[in-house]
Design a protein around this ligand. Structure first.
Ligand code: DAH
Length: 379
């Protein structure tokens, strides 16, 4: 004889199964319907089959309950089917085909230029350099004047620099700010950089990350060790090796007793960390208005191993960065005593480094966002 109380419990459990109905799609509804009400093996069908064996006093009440549940099930299945149909009709009216397979998700990745920049920053981080950033819209003073460019320097030509058409009033505010808080009075016996920049300073898009050196020196006393990743702007044509917006990573170390030896050791260490411990390094004399002496650092060409190839134009070397000892005028412009403090600075182009490292033939590929290109860098 069937157990009455077990039967009651089974009916209750069955009713619970209807709760999940709203989550089911058409196939799910059908499967559940077969499982509960199927003519041969439906759970409820089985229970109903056991009714005749119950004691008479239970037969009536459990039978009534079971039949009520059966009707409830049928109504619920019907309602869910109708809801699904209504949703499908509405989607179809909006032109959505719900039988289409879902769209696969893209796996994100770090852009190769970002990756190179972060790697550079993290190597210097390991040497005690903190990250610093600064504004992309600058004044001529920060971008050129404070960095000891003479006022007639060709880099300031309208052909190279993107000047901003900013109302005179704001330019005036910035000039006042420079004068009162930013720029210290020059130390005696030193010719400061041309002060006309302060009075005629126009706004521009920074042409390099070097102005952030000035802001850092104005903002904190030595010892200073910073790396400055950022984007810079020049009126360059957009071709295989030039872009009007490109990345730089700048570096600056200022303290008592810093010498060219520190510059060479730090940058050689960086090159070996970044390109591999066997990397050859050489320094060549160069010129920048804001460093004296100035140098450029080359590393042995990674493509040909130094034998000479088209990538290194047959020289076996690749230029990686510009560097030098911070010019005394620059220290003075930031209110630092050049008799007490010395420093070195450097600047490099992470995109050129990325092109080289990954064998990318055209810088424009770094800007286009073409997934076929970018997908090669997702890990
Ligand atoms: N600002 C230079 C440029 O854009 C790069 C540079 C060279 C930065 C030498 C420096 C440096 O800090 O010391 O070409």
């Amino acid at each position: 004889m069937p157990d009455s109380s077990a039967l009651r419990q089974s009916l209750e459990a069955l009713r619970h199964q209807l709760n999940g109905l709203a989550e089911l799609d058409a196939a799910g509804v059908e499967a559940l319907e077969v499982r509960l009400l199927g003519r041969k093996q439906g759970v409820l069908t089985e229970l109903l089959r056991q009714l005749p064996g119950l004691p008479p006093e239970d037969k009536r009440s459990i039978g009534a309950e079971a039949n009520r549940l059966k009707l409830e099930c049928e109504a619920a299945f019907q309602a869910r089917r109708e809801a699904l149909k209504a949703a499908a009709d509405a989607a179809a009216a909006r032109g959505i085909d719900r039988t289409m397979p879902g769209r696969a998700r893209w796996v994100g990745g770090v852009h190769p230029v970002t990756r190179v920049m972060e790697e550079i920053v993290s190597i210097f981080h390991g040497l005690g350099f903190a990250r610093a950033t600064g504004p992309e819209a600058e004044t001529e003073w920060y971008n050129f004047g404070a960095l000891n460019f003479p006022p007639d320097h060709p880099a300031m030509d309208m052909h190279d620099t993107l000047y901003l058409d900013i109302p005179e009033r704001r330019t005036g505010e910035d000039r006042r700010r420079n004068r009162t808080s930013g720029v210290a009075e020059p130390a005696e016996r030193r010719e400061p950089s041309d002060r006309r920049f302060l009075d005629q300073g126009r706004w521009l898009m920074r042409t390099h990350t070097s102005p952030v050196q000035i802001r850092v020196m104005q903002g904190e006393p030595p010892p200073i060790r910073v790396v400055i990743p950022g984007w810079v702007y020049r009126k360059d044509p957009f071709d295989a090796s030039h872009a009007p917006v490109f990345a730089q990573v700048e570096g600056l170390a200022v303290d008592e007793g810093i010498s060219f030896v520190d510059l060479k050791a730090t940058l050689s260490h960086f090159a070996r960390e970044f390109f591999g411990s066997a990397t050859a390094v050489r320094f060549r004399p160069s010129f920048f208005p804001f460093t004296e002496p100035s140098a450029e650092m080359d590393v042995g060409c990674g493509v040909c191993g130094g034998r000479g190839c088209p990538a290194c134009k047959g020289t076996g070397w690749m230029e990686i960065l510009g560097a030098g000892m911070v010019h005394p005028n620059v220290l003075v412009n930031c209110g630092l005593d050049p008799e007490r403090y010395t420093g070195f600075a450097f600047g490099m182009g992470p995109q050129r480094i990325a092109l080289n490292r990954y064998g990318i033939p055209d810088i424009r590929l770094l800007y286009e966002g073409d997934m076929r290109f970018l997908e090669q860098f997702t890990r």
